[in-house]
Design a protein around this ligand. Structure first.
Ligand code: HEM
Length: 478
């Protein structure tokens, strides 16, 4: 992008780019690197944040089952979940802190202009985070010191405050997607109503869909890990119970998510037509709008190649009426189009992964019903292993849809992303530095979690192989 020849003053030898072109070029470089760095940080943080929301719930359910049944396998399972929660909470705290710095340093105009608008949910998110940290400390160190019910309550508060953190941070994003609660005067928000801004129109579908995706993504990973161990050690009592607990969470969320996603799509269609048109690669405003499955949009021609077309499908899905008109990208000025191909592909990936998980949930439910117990057929266990990354894939793709579909705006209709970026010119350096940091953190986390898993006993209630650990060593079954 930097300095084309045509921008330079005529001179002997190579023409030199004009200062203005250089400034514009370096601004585009900054924008590219700032977006890449922010995107990478969020993509990384999201996985730990999702686990931080869902693992405490699994930990508390296992603990409650232990208190109800007195079965020590559940106690062991809840202890393992508590250790996993602690590791992921620490990494989530580091990556979350990086993000809060990045918001101010990479997007100073955004934070400077809209700080008062989005400040309330951000502060509440900080409050929820501290609550989570306090109760996690109490839960981790209070097991033998507190009465069991009080200990369980502290675990439930960890789960609740984790979900509240996600809730508040998604409210910020909802306000960026469809800002209300202020008026723009001379490029700055005035007459700010922080409560109205916090509960901007997309808040219901975004918080519901986003928080559910945390439980779903984590439950699928955990189910896959437990299924893998069961394939190697079918007699493990602990892993059978752990598999059952996470499978129920995975199944329920996978069946609920398509309905919630459908509601989200209807809401987006009603208030963010450009995002919906990009998601569906719907170029021309039309009645009886078709639903496209797959396909590669050609933005220049305004057509989609290789898609399966369901006539009037989009009109029916959005409005329940085949004759309903659905606004296309042609209803939006060309310079306000989101990146159509990336948004459409991300949407297709999310829906495909969501459908595959829902299908697996149905198969699991049928097998469980026919067997009147845990569906532990080897083929099903393998399917659970293969499906384990799908929740994370769908979650990341969904976040791409939300963010890319809002472009070119950082706050829709109020500030463009390119006007929010820092003018600091050397953003390549922090980008590569943080990439290295995230790779390092990722490797450390995987190492610690695998170590945890290998140290886990196969069962503490008299499983074949006694308290042998997954990794083969002696287990600490205390
Ligand atoms: C199966 C059908 C699904 C449909 C129809 C659907 C629909 C949508 C729509 C319309 C959005 C954009 C919301 C907005 O920008 O306001 C979205 C975002 C998102 N989706 Fe999905 N989705 C589906 C499945 C999934 C699954 C399975 C997951 C993850 C496990 C997921 C995770 C997300 C996330 C994290 C976002 C961004 C946060 C948010 O806006 O709520 N989605 N989805």
């Amino acid at each position: 992008m930097v300095g084309g020849e045509r921008a330079g003053r005529p001179a002997r030898g190579r023409a030199r780019p004009a200062a203005g072109a250089l400034r514009e070029g370096s601004r585009m470089d900054s924008l590219l690197y700032a977006r890449a760095q922010m995107g990478m940080s969020l993509a990384f943080h999201m996985i730990f944040a999702a686990a931080g929301v869902a693992l405490p719930l699994i930990m508390v359910v296992a603990d409650a089952l232990w208190q109800r049944t007195g079965d020590r396998d559940y106690l062991e399972f809840s202890k393992r979940m508590a250790k996993g929660t602690a590791i992921l909470f620490a990494v989530g705290a580091v990556s979350g802190t990086v993000l809060s710095f990045e918001l101010g340093l990479l997007w100073p105009s955004f934070m400077g202009t809209f700080g008062e608008v989005i400040g309330l949910p951000f502060s509440l998110e900080g409050f929820a985070f501290f609550t989570e940290a306090i109760f996690l400390g109490i839960y981790l160190y209070g097991r033998d010191k507190l009465p069991p019910r009080l200990h369980l309550l502290s675990g439930a508060l960890v789960a609740l405050s984790g979900a509240m953190s996600a809730f508040f941070v998604i409210l910020v994003n909802a306000c960026m997607n469809d800002p209300v609660g202020f008026t723009m005067v001379d490029g700055r928000p005035a007459d700010i109503d922080p409560i109205a801004a916090m509960f901007s129109p997309p808040w219901k579908h975004q918080t519901l869909h986003g928080i559910l995706s945390c439980y779903q993504a984590t439950a699928f990973v955990m189910t896959g890990i437990h299924a893998l161990v069961l394939l190697r050690h079918p007699g493990s009592t602990l892993f059978r119970k752990a598999f059952a607990v996470t499978l129920v969470l995975a199944g329920v969320t996978a069946l609920a998510q398509p309905f919630v996603g459908h509601y989200a799509a209807q809401e987006v269609g009603a208030r963010q037509p450009a995002k919906l048109a990009a998601m569906e690669a719907h170029f021309e405003t039309s009645a009886r709008a078709p639903l496209l499955v797959g396909g590669l949009p050609d933005v220049e021609r305004g057509e989609v190649d290789h898609a399966i077309e369901i006539p009037a499908g989009l009109s029916v899905l959005l409005h329940g009426d085949p004759d309903a008109v659905v606004p296309g990208l042609d209803s939006v000025p060309r310079d306000a189009w989101p990146p159509v191909t990336a948004t459409h592909l991300a949407f297709q990936v999310m829906v495909a992964a969501g459908s595959a998980m829902a299908l697996l949930a149905v198969v699991g439910a049928v097998l469980a019903w026919r067997r009147r117990g845990i569906p532990d057929q080897r083929a099903f266990l393998w399917a659970a292993v293969l499906a384990s990354p799908l929740g994370i894939v769908a979650m990341e793709a969904g976040w791409f849809v939300t963010e890319l579909g809002r472009q070119p705006w950082i706050v829709r209709g109020a500030m463009r992303t390119r006007d929010a970026v820092t003018p600091f010119p050397h953003l390549a350096a922090p980008f590569w530095m943080f990439t290295a940091l995230y790779i390092f953190l990722g490797v450390v986390v995987v190492y610690l979690l695998v170590r945890q898993l290998r140290a886990a006993p196969l069962g503490v209630t008299g499983a074949p192989g006694g308290a042998r650990a997954v990794g083969g060593g002696a287990a600490d079954a205390s």
